[in-house]
Design a protein around this ligand. Structure first.
Ligand code: SAJ
Length: 438
């Protein structure tokens, strides 16, 4: 099938890079978003998000009019839906299982229905509960009774629908979008085949065809797998700490076994993927998913355990100089190193708790943001890393940004109390020593 123009709905962390790669490969892309400020920024040829390599791609796509920012879809050969799928808590029942909210997907369907025509391809990329591609097909059938949809007409359908999740890691999105293997889950085999021909325009990894439900569960399974394994590492680090054993050394040595690969304990699991997606499976099968639920709970409790470790360390430092006014700086707020994304960040939760306990004494250094999130604005202030090194007594390393690890040299730290609750520095030293020995 020939694609002349496609339409991408949702210009976020996934939709925008995907649009840019299609545009780089010569396709005209109508980029749709409901957020006017994203559209304005793009129209100026500027990036609305930070991602390595994004500036040149935007400059090229906008100046050549290959990416056209719009607030509504226009008639195209393919529509890619890349909108958020948040989860919602029942506030009246705090112990209830969070539910996926797919209202943005329905809104996207409603917006493309009027311009849909026979032969068009619709692709869902958003992480979604199993069965969502079928729901899209049913919704479009309701809105466009003149068209035959694949869930009810199988190979005789007028429209092709596939679920093609992304698997990229923020910070290396452009590389991974091109070189990772891609799952292509068609409601029908023809849908998978046509979707594959679209992705083949820029994907150099393999395109693996399957049905839409398998693809939907694959995406959730990948992130739940990682959550379970991070949960194991976090649990192990607590056990090691109780024994007085260095968890990083323990894990490093254990991983020398050819079939063991324990992940790194951290301060908790953040971001909009791993901390969210496992719930989509649990919601459908609460009685069959004790391991996935236990991992979620272990990882959600992790920031509390880390906060209490930090509090003990700060109290013990303060007890040594009781007459001194101590100043504390938190290093890092993002959900993981070297990204600007604060969504579901465990560092934000820990910072909030510390700001309440040590009111007026905390500043925060986060080089990837220009302003603190609202919940921290009134209790803390944003300073730069050099200022933190010069003026604070205690540095609390929550996120091991490369900048922090590179700059925290032994000399600059001599007079400081460094609190490193997840042992990021220790593990760095440990591995550096090992690698020098080899
Ligand atoms: N973390 C640890 N220990 C580790 C690894 C990670 O504590 O050993 C923490 C991180 O600090 C972070 C969280 O887990 O808070 C998640 O980070 P991540 O780098 O593991 O993953 P994400 O959320 O940035 O991206 C994941 C990826 N999924 C998998 O690796 C299976 C990515 O490929 C997906 O595309 C993305 O979710 C998504 O969009 O679903």
């Amino acid at each position: 099938m020939n694609f002349n123009q496609i339409c991408v709905i949702g210009l976020g962390y996934i939709g925008l890079p995907t649009s840019l790669l299609f545009a780089k490969n010569g396709l005209k892309v109508i980029g749709v978003d409901t957020n006017q400020s994203i559209l304005n920024t793009l129209s100026l040829g500027l990036p609305p998000i930070q991602e390595y390599g994004i500036e040149n791609l935007i400059e090229h796509a906008i100046s050549k009019q290959l990416l056209v920012p719009r607030s509504k879809p226009e008639s195209s050969d393919a529509f890619i839906i890349a909108v958020p799928t948040p989860f919602v808590y029942d506030s009246s029942n705090p112990s209830s299982i969070p539910s996926p909210d797919i209202s943005f997907i329905y809104a996207a369907c409603n917006s493309i229905a009027p311009v849909l025509k026979k032969g068009d391809l619709v692709i869902l990329e958003s992480t979604s509960p199993v069965g969502t591609s079928d729901l899209i097909s049913k919704q479009l059938e309701k809105l466009r009774p003149d068209l035959k949809l694949p869930h009810s007409h199988s190979e005789a359908s007028d429209i092709f629908i596939a679920y093609c999740p992304e698997r990229v890691i923020p910070g290396n999105i452009f590389q991974e979008l091109v070189f990772n293997d891609r799952i292509i889950g068609g409601i029908t085999p023809a849908s998978a085949e046509i979707a594959t021909s679209l992705y083949k325009l820029f994907v150099r990894g393999r395109c693996i065809s399957t049905d839409s439900k398998t693809a939907e569960l694959c995406k959730l399974a990948e992130n739940a797998y990682r959550d379970v394994n991070i949960g194991f590492a976090n649990e192990l680090s607590i056990v090691a700490s109780e024994y007085g054993i260095n968890a990083n050394e323990l894990i490093h040595i254990s991983n020398l076994h050819p079939r063991v690969n324990i992940l790194q304990p951290g301060i908790g699991v953040g971001g909009h993927c791993i901390a969210v997606d496992p719930w989509f499976i649990v919601k459908d099968f609460p009685d069959q998913t004790p391991i996935i639920q236990a991992a979620r709970k272990t990882n959600d409790l992790r920031p509390k355990w880390i906060s209490s470790k930090i509090r003990t360390a700060i109290d013990s430092f303060a007890a040594k100089s009781p007459h001194k006014e101590i100043s504390i700086c938190i290093l890092g707020l993002s959900y993981k190193p070297d990204v600007d994304d604060l969504r579901e960040s465990p560092a934000v939760l820990i910072a909030k708790e510390l700001c309440n306990i040590f009111a007026g004494k905390i500043s925060i250094a986060e080089p990837f943001v220009s302003k603190l999130p609202d919940e921290l604005c009134s209790t803390s202030n944003l300073i730069n890393f050099e200022e933190a090194l010069n003026s604070c007594d205690i540095l609390v390393l929550l996120v091991p940004h490369k900048l922090f690890l590179d700059e925290i040299s032994k000399e600059s730290l001599e007079s400081k109390c460094i609190i490193d609750p997840a042992n990021f520095l220790l593990s760095k030293t440990f591995y550096d020593e090992k690698s020098q020995r080899h």
